[in-house]
Each structure stands twice: as structure tokens, then as C-alpha cells.
Ligand binder design. Sequence first.
Ligand code: AMP
Ligand code: TRP
Length: 348
Amino acid sequence: MTTPRPRVLSGVQPTGALHLGNWLGAIRNWVELQDSHDTFFCVVDLHAITVPHDPARLAEDTLTTAALYLACGIDPQRSTVFVQSQVSAHSELCWLLNCVTPLNWLERMIQFKEKALKQGADVSTGLLDYPVLMAADILLYDADLVPVGEDQKQHLELARDIAQQRINARFGSNGADGERLPLLKVPEPLILREGARVMSLTDGSSKMSKSDPNEGSRITLLDPPDLITKKIKRAKTDPVMGLEFGNPERPEADNLLSLYALLSGRSRESAASECASMGWGAFKPLLAEATVEALRPMQQSYADLRHDPATLLAVLAEGRERARMVADETLQRVRQALGFLQPSGPDA
Ligand code: AMP
Ligand code: TRP
């Protein structure tokens, strides 16, 4: 008998265009996991409405994000690709988990505090609850591993705590030797060091983000070559000659040199020695070229996919079916353990 492959689940919100941070910190790593793991990737559209959103764009942005997954190398033959809101178990498990998650666990989430500050008076309950929905996303699939960028580590810890302390400890069943049998799998984060934190082009000490009002701060995966070149040309620099890693006084040098290594496929050592005595004026065109070339095949395949919406929709329909089968089974297990009356009648 073959042992089942470890399960992976991850997702990105369909808000704004995906950028180099999303790619290098998250999606690029998903692609490599497809050969060795049972992979599930969702577009987390329910998360996208935790801050005010435009209903006229949500569906289109969801399709764009799904197409980008495929264009980046997610293969629907090997991975289950689906839309979160189309699998209703996500919302339902979220409610069940809400009722066992202490409020103060959520109030101390860094991302909530940062986003709440930006929202001012209009902070939704959904924004506070966001990490519980994320825990539901993960726990529904009994995921072993969750590949994300560094910024999601705290949310992963929360998902582990909910599974372990609030579900398994309270509602797991007793094994023959009196030991608690887990009801939900406790997931591990998978955070790769390189690319885990891509910083803004306009400020090397804050992360590249979809929500930065300055578009020059990020390169999106769909930026055309001339725009990429322009953004890199305008990127913040410092007065020092030569690029280097790890100098805390020079966050921009570290960030742009990291990007160069990652995007050109060079090792950090070889990028560092190539650029050690290079001025910014020589370095920037090199980085622009590496970026344009790294994104070119992905942009081409994205364009092909968007010309053929039927194929994309079929991938998502199939993904939804596969995801539902797994998610409904877990939900059923949790409902039973929590003691709900099982439905009866012809449709039950
Ligand atoms: P978000 O843009 O917040 O929807 O994030 C989607 C995924 O991209 C998550 O796994 C994040 O950890 C990752 N991510 C977002 N921004 C960055 C960044 N600047 N550097 C590295 N990873 C990132
Ligand atoms: N909160 C994640 C982010 O902003 C997105 C997300 C939602 C996610 N559900 C998930 C990531 C489940 C991994 C697993 O990046």
C-alpha cells in the first residue's frame, strides 16, 4: 500500500493585482510542491470582502487570480484549484470555530491591528474574524503544510491553536488507551527564507503590498515591460556605491539585490559578487531586464488563458467538486463531534 502524499493548502485574495511578493513569497513555492504533495489552492474571495470591496469587480478579479495561478505553473491535473466561496463548508466551519475561539486571540493579531488602523471607524466584524476563516480553509482539508509568506505566520499559529487546544482537546474522542484522538489535523507553516518578505520599491523597510496607495511601490505580475523598467528606475536607492546583502543601514540594496538573485535565477553569492562594485545606474537596467524576462512566459500564458474563459471555468468547476468532497467530509466530522442533530428525511 502506498502512503498518501502530504496535503498542502494555500490561497491568495483576489484583491488588486498580484505582485512580486505574492509570487516569490507564495505561489512560486506552490508550483514545486505539486510533484511531491497533494495540493489544494483556492482563491480566497470571502477574505476579500473583509474590507470594503467593489461588487462589480469581485467576480472578474477572482477569475484573474485563478488565471494567474495557472499561468504561474499551477497544473490543474496535479492540483485542485477552486474558489473559496463556492465551497460552502468554509463559511460553515468558520462559524463553528468562531464559537470556540477566544476574542482576545483575534484582537492581538498584528495584521488586524494594522488593517483596522487603516479602516478607521469602519472596521467590520469580518476583518477581526479573518484568521478564523483562514483556519477553516486550512483545517477543512486536513492540510499538513501551508506555504505562505512570513506575514502569515501568526495566522498559522492561530489555526494550530484552534485545532489543538479548542477542537481536538475538547471534542476529540478517547482512544482505547484513554488518549485523545485528534479530530482535526494540526498544520505546519512552510515559509521559505528566500522571497518570504519582498519589500516595497519605494521603502526598503516596509513590505511590498497590494494595499500601498503608491503603485510605484510594487511590480505586479501583469505590468508590461516598459512599466516595470520605469518603476525600477524610480525605485528608492541610497548614496552608497555597490550592492550588498544584510547591511541594516541599506534595506533597499538588500531588497533589490535579493530580487535580482531570485529573478535571474542566480545564487545569492554569485549575484552579490557580480554587483559588489556596481553603481545603481548600472544595476537598475540589469534588474529591470531580469524582471521582464522572468515574467514574460507567465504573462504570455496568462493572456492565452484569458482568451479562453471556458477552459478556466471548467478548471474551477472541477476543482470545486474535488474540494467539496474533502471539505464536506471534515465538516461532517466536526458537526458530529460537536453534537448537532443529524438531519433526516429524503435529502439528508
Ligand atoms: P496577500 O497579498 O496578503 O493576499 O498575500 C498572499 C500571499 O502572498 C501570502 O502567502 C503572503 O504571505 C504572500 N505575500 C504577500 N506580500 C508579500 C511580500 N511582500 N513578500 C513575500 N510574500 C508576500
Ligand atoms: N490570509 C492569507 C493572506 O492574506 C490568505 C489566505 C486565506 C490563506 N486563507 C488561507 C493562505 C489559507 C493560506 C491558507 O495571504
